[in-house]
Write a protein that binds this ligand. Structure first.
Ligand SMILES: [Zn+2]
Ligand SMILES: [Zn+2]
Length: 230
């Protein structure tokens, strides 16, 4: 039995019928975690240790820089820089002796790569989103009204479709997994057909023969396609 603590926010996101419901939940998580990183987390010694170790990805550094809490960010950076400096040990002074062969196995190349690939905020969001997927699948399997809600969504994006399918494959009986796959494919298939047709009309609008034809909804088709494909 999966933890069901997220059934309320998932249902609320599904009741919006505005874009991908899971992207909406993720946007809220981004906002909450950014506030947490610059607030409560940096004051907690244990969490701060984790923050110093993982660092942040370029996008979340930009988000933190854009947030109006420069002192919190500077304090985070101060201790994080100490941790990073240990990953760049300074060479012994040159004594003219022949250089020793570096030992085999994990070294700075691995440690620095691990740091470059990790992010305190991403790792928190990833953990919660994984539980959203698991709860989503649980609701779909146990609640007929939820199945109807899913069928009426505008769309579910590729990233979230992948997450839902992965959770469903791991957690549902094969027959239920097959049913969920069918329902998701119908929803996503309808959206792809509509976006594709709008993108085609948008491309055709650049043809001089269509210069006098006004564009309707198709003028947003590129943005719509990207929102679905990301
Ligand atoms: Zn999404
Ligand atoms: Zn990140």
């Amino acid at each position: 039995m999966p933890e069901k603590i997220f059934t309320i926010p998932i249902n609320e996101a599904m009741d919006r019928y505005d874009g991908c419901p899971l992207c909406h939940l993720r946007a809220k998580l981004e906002e909450d975690n950014l506030k947490y990183a610059l607030g409560a987390a940096m004051m907690e010694p244990d969490v701060r240790i984790e923050m110093n170790r993982l660092g942040f990805c370029p996008r979340h550094f930009d988000d933190m820089f854009a947030a109006k809490n420069k002192l919190a960010l500077a304090l985070i950076l101060e201790s994080h820089l100490d941790e990073v400096s240990a990953l760049f040990p300074q060479p012994e002074p040159d004594t003219g002796k022949k250089r020793k062969k570096p030992p085999k196995g994990a070294d700075e190349a691995d440690d620095v790569t691990r740091l470059a690939d990790s992010c305190f905020i991403c790792s928190r969001i990833k953990g919660t989103v994984r539980r959203y997927y698991s709860n989503f699948v649980y609701l779909w399997d146990s609640d007929t009204a939820f199945r109807e809600k899913m069928a009426s969504q505008p769309f579910i994006c590729v990233t979230d479709a992948a997450g839902i399918l992965r959770a469903a494959k791991a957690e549902l009986k094969p027959v239920s997994y097959a049913e969920l796959k069918d329902a998701l494919n119908i929803l996503v298939g309808k959206h792809i057909a509509s976006v594709k047709s709008d993108v085609t009309k948008y491309c055709q609008s650049f043809d001089y023969r269509n210069a006098d034809k006004p564009l309707g909804e198709e003028k947003n088709s590129v943005e719509k396609a990207i929102k679905f494909l990301r």
